[in-house]
Design a protein around this ligand. Structure first.
Ligand SMILES: [Zn+2]
Length: 122
């Protein structure tokens, strides 16, 4: 995973404390963490599972306001990873960049594929 290529400037939370449970241990083991159920680890938010309910603090690229959002919801916004716009600014931006093509190099694609693989095993 090429984390250094990600622009995560507008996500203020860099690491999240995650508790290892039966339901997520495989995910973290697959990422290369040597963890056991009951462990608490700090992981960079880029490695959070895309269904995570953890809150991350973001700063709006437009007006600079700070807001806590659920990681899960953050991904739903469909911004490039690391970019955040508050509701008001994202409306403005959406109008301007309606035609923008995000293409196949979406940085979170790897993580999404990983999640799919995990699901198939269950
Ligand atoms: Zn804003």
């Amino acid at each position: 995973m090429m984390l250094e290529k990600l622009n995560i400037n507008m996500i203020i939370t860099r690491e999240i404390e995650v508790k290892i449970l039966d339901i997520n241990i495989e995910y973290y083991n697959n990422l290369g963490f040597e963890v056991y159920v009951g462990d608490v680890i700090n992981i960079p938010i880029e490695l959070l599972s895309s269904g995570s309910h953890y809150k991350i603090l973001c700063k709006c690229d437009g007006c600079g306001c700070e807001k806590e959002v659920l990681f899960k919801n953050y991904l739903k916004y469909g911004n490039e990873f690391g970019v955040y716009y508050c509701r008001k600014c994202s409306e403005d931006k959406r109008k301007k960049t309606l035609k923008k093509n995000y293409g196949v190099e979406y940085p979170l694609q790897n993580i999404k594929i990983l999640n799919k693989k995990n699901r198939k095993k269950e």
